[in-house]
Design a protein around this ligand. Structure first.
Ligand code: SF4
Ligand code: SF4
Length: 370
């Protein structure tokens, strides 16, 4: 286990929240909302999902109570970090007509509130690293994303309870967090092993009421994480699927999956790495002011491939093919790795239970490591 600092007894989880607040952060953490676990404001450790566990399967997600004394005994719900940094809908600028007929533009950069997110899973840290690559490219860095990213403090939680839909082991992104966090917790029945990975993380850890970790606690965490890794049964058929996907652009499976796929875009909404957006101008009736909005889009929508009067992907089959060949294929050329971090959200939240690991295996067969 890297950089184990210490042990935080369970009753002192509240101290972590209060320490982050005293350092100026607004805290959010996992809460049960509308039958699912998502992020919500966190002022009191009692608001965490104590004793809650979950069942996930293709097209299926259900919470239930259990006798576990833990509050992180579940795998990811539908919400990733994505909406904190890349807003679902955002006004990027406004332009207004001046009295002399000239145009005046105002940017609408957000005030970035220092935000501490507690409970981030390793797959979502990997997705964040991908979004950093995309949104913070030096020449074209996105200032809206950049402001929020600078204000973000991340408390990761290593995954000891993966869902049946998880396959982060096969993408190399879990179940243990190895980078990209400030603090990481591994939950045991009576407390948390705490690791710090940044200067800010070490500064917060320095004022927590930490005890020295015991060998047995570290061993128990290692066993739990190994069991979590071993329990994953889903996997992708290889780590680099660009060649087999592109060699099979006319595979009959694209039409077969399209018979089930609703082109609803749920998979792209919940995916922590999908970053497509559309842009719209919203003028006032008087015509003197226009607000320019960016809004999440999906390769499953009609408008996504509309260009010069033609919708290039009018049917579902080419849309599904676009999603899979980009996510698992051409993403390698763009970002040096696959666009899938194995979170399994697109499997659980697909209303008809389409499983991308099954589709990838059907189209690619077994692929030797690159
Ligand atoms: S493609 Fe599916 S499993 Fe992979 S990161 Fe996106 S939502 Fe998660
Ligand atoms: S794969 Fe599932 S979630 Fe994605 S667009 Fe098709 S039906 Fe919707």
């Amino acid at each position: 286990m890297n950089q184990v600092l210490s042990y935080l007894p369970r009753p002192d989880l509240q101290v972590l929240i209060e320490t982050l607040q005293a350092a100026g952060f607004h805290c959010v953490g996992p809460r049960v909302v509308d039958g699912a676990i998502g992020y919500g404001a966190l002022d009191d450790a009692a608001q965490l999902p104590w004793g809650v566990t979950e069942m996930q399967a293709p097209g299926h997600y259900r919470l239930s109570d259990s006798d576990t004394p833990r509050c992180f005994a579940w795998a990811n719900g539908p919400q990733a970090l994505k909406p904190f940094l890349f807003a679902p809908r955002e006004n990027l600028w406004t332009s207004r007509r001046e009295a002399d007929g000239g145009l005046h533009c105002d940017e609408t950069l957000p005030e970035a509130m220092p935000l501490a997110v507690i409970g981030v899973r390793p797959c979502d840290l990997a997705a964040l690293a991908l979004h950093d690559q995309h949104f913070l490219r030096q020449a074209v860095s996105d200032p809206y994303y950049a402001r929020r990213r600078e204000a973000l403090f991340l408390v990761a939680v290593n995954c000891t309870h993966p869902a049946a839909t998880c396959f982060c082991v096969s993408t190399g992104d879990g179940p243990r967090a190895t980078y990209g966090y400030d603090l990481a917790l591994t939950e045991l029945d009576d407390g948390y092993l705490v690791e710090a990975h940044s200067e800010r993380g070490r500064a917060i850890a320095a004022v927590l009421p930490l005890a020295a970790e015991e060998e047995a606690q570290v061993a128990a965490a290692d066993v739990a994480l190994q069991q979590a890794a071993d329990s994953q049964t889903r996997r992708l058929p290889g780590t680099h699927l660009q060649a087999p996907l592109f060699a099979n652009l006319n595979h009959p499976r694209w039409d077969e999956v399209a018979e089930r796929c609703l082109s609803c875009g749920n998979c792209t909404s919940v995916c922590p790495t999908c970053f497509c957006y559309s842009a719209h101008d919203q003028p006032t009736l008087a015509g003197d002011l226009v607000e320019h909005y960016r809004e999440w889009d999906s390769c499953f929508t009609q408008g996504h491939s509309y260009i010069h009067g033609i919708t290039l992907r009018a049917e579902t089959a080419p849309r599904y093919r676009q999603w899979l060949t980009h996510k698992l294929g051409s993403w390698h050329a763009q970002y040096g790795r696959s666009g899938c971090v194995g979170c399994g959200r697109c499997i659980a939240w697909c209303p008809v239970g389409i499983d991308l690991t099954e589709e990838a295996a059907a189209i690619c067969g077994e692929v030797a490591p690159a």
